[in-house]
Design a protein around this ligand. Sequence first.
Ligand SMILES: *Cc1c(COP(=O)(O)O)cnc(C)c1O
Length: 390
Amino acid sequence: MKTPDSKGYFGEFGGKFIPETLTRCLKELESSFNFLKKDKSFNKELSFYLKEYAHRPTSLYFAKNLSKRVNLKVYLKREDLLHTGAHKINNTLGQALLARYMHKKRVIAETGAGQHGVATATVAALFGFQCDVYMGKVDIERQSMNVFRMQILGSKVIPVISGSQTLKDACSEAIRDWVANVENTYYLLGSVVGPHPYPLIVRYFQTVIGKEVKRQIRDKERRLPDYLVACVGGGSNAIGLFHPFFDDKKVKFIGVEAAGYGLNNKNAASLIKGKTGVLHGAKSLILQDKYGQISEAHSVAAGLDYPGVGPEHAFYKVTKRAEYVAVTDKEAIQGFKLLSKTEGIIPALESSHAVAYLKKLGRRAPGSIVVLCLSGRGDKDLDIVKAWEK
Ligand SMILES: *Cc1c(COP(=O)(O)O)cnc(C)c1O
């Protein structure tokens, strides 16, 4: 089955739940994307920047020491080695090129922890866009280093003081800006979320991960893996790894969400604890209270701290194409240390959730061949882990 359908639906999820004023923006984006993804010079230029600027292809590394510890044969897809330290650059490079081919002069973005903001500010500097990044005031205070990074890169960070002053409010403000300035402005969204065609566009740019893995694992093992494992925030690194294997039914997908911690009952496991609803223009599984109000998410990993999830994951969940599990903050910290100590690789706290799940998988299915998406490096998280020790 080809997903999404022409209206942007993955089964019952996805679509476009948007104010009338956005229709034109999304139509323009969709037709440009459909044209450019087949355009030779666009794809040639994208390949050039992925290779020479971002440093693709990333290696598929057999983690021998870790494998012994978890009773599996684990390969790490090293997205942590990319420029800016995570998979996000695959998407921001792709969309920035899209914006350039659409003759836009300005890009805007939303950001929570600031990682997507930094990846956007990076490509804005590279391609010479004016760039404004919307960020909740609370997040600005929590993530001052990323704010400074964006400024150094020449972007402006606009504080959002409405609502809970976090990511979901920043999204709403960015959309408002886009509607008012669509003539010259491109809205660069950070994950496989939002109204159609964003989940499709971001998937297109992130599937470079899974396509490379397919080639690399065939070279190394002469067969496909038993499991693909990735952490899920909005879901872009996971979809990027999973999607190219969609029709390979023997390859099982495991998405690892953030269970947060039980203390205040807050978590970020939208697929496990969420209910069907609409957030930021798409129908998906969303954390909400019994009145349908969006709940605040919590995770020790800032990049997983989002109350929604991409509609394609909701579709994989209900059709059982993928299995979703949750890992607590505490387990994620253990995963962080495990990979650091066994392989000399310090993972992002987001990716550490996926690492942490390997122990359980090793008990369930010992000896399996597993590809884990190491979505980012952990230098950015050292302060958090240090504070955790106390
Ligand atoms: C942002 C981020 C994530 C979560 O985003 P997805 O869209 O779910 O991939 C995961 N890992 C890292 C390192 C990130 O920066």
